[in-house]
Unconditional design. Sequence first.
Length: 127
Amino acid sequence: MKIAISTDAGYVSAHFGRCPEFTVVDIKGNEVVRKEVVKNPGHAPGVIPQFLHNRGVECIICGGMGVKAKGFFEEFGVQTIVGVKGRVDEIIKKILEGRLENGDSLCEHRKTKGYSADKNECNHHGE
């Protein structure tokens, strides 16, 4: 399975669309066979889901994601896991051990304008 983790300085990014990079991990059985860091192609509707799908990603892990973005990932058959925080290496360990759980999105999107190019902030729980 190929998994992408929204990454910011070695930690899971609170909002997948604004992370500087993604850690893409290819897992076979209980082993990481490949791990690479790729630059975020840019935050615009549908761009990141298409980008990750083209790389063969089957699952995206992040702190937070809006409903619209989840819909784009669903169109490509990419599973979304939100509500995750911590060091990327610890998250990979949890995946290998079967202990990673889906939670509530850490990102609240305002209902007025949405999260787009004209808005560069997000209300994160606990920050």
